[in-house]
Design a protein around this ligand. Sequence first.
Ligand code: GDP
Length: 170
Amino acid sequence: MAVIEIKLCLLGDSGVGKSSIVHRFVYDSFRPYMENTIGAAFLTKTMIVEGRTYKFQIWDTAGQEKYRALAPMYYRGAAAAIIVYDITRESSFHAVKLWLAELKRHASPNIVLAIAGNKNDLEDLREVSYQEAQDCAKSHGAIMIETSAKSAINVASLFVEIGRRLSNLD
Ligand code: GDP
């Protein structure tokens, strides 16, 4: 069966758990002290969603997100993007709007968009409500899901949801 290759970009402030989400998805494990870069331009993982085989080519920012303006090649040809924030850090949620603006400027208007509220294992430290994130996602037509790369909550589901959206496009 045909393999559908999907370039997917991860965006979001430094320290929100982007590399940890990729690591959880690709290797199903968690390393508490992740180095700042994953040492490669992208990692790939194949997943079957609704009978279609998707090969996700996942681009992490490799620490460049501090400068916010990522190289245009980072976005070029991307069919999906995940903007990650940390549910225990409100500033990282405010930054979601800045990342949305970056996508609007540089990415395809048809990009499948997901917003992931990571670290939802840290409920006691929560600063961003589920509802406000839902409202934000809804107004941008984005998928919204809370994840924990640490506890393996909803990381696979995040990619399944993206696969579903991609299937519905054609
Ligand atoms: P990045 O800079 O966005 O790629 O973030 P990292 O993946 O490097 O993670 C930043 C820090 O948050 C690291 O110390 C991780 O161990 C921690 N972290 C990442 N995901 C989670 C999570 O789901 N729960 C908790 N409690 N910590 C996490």
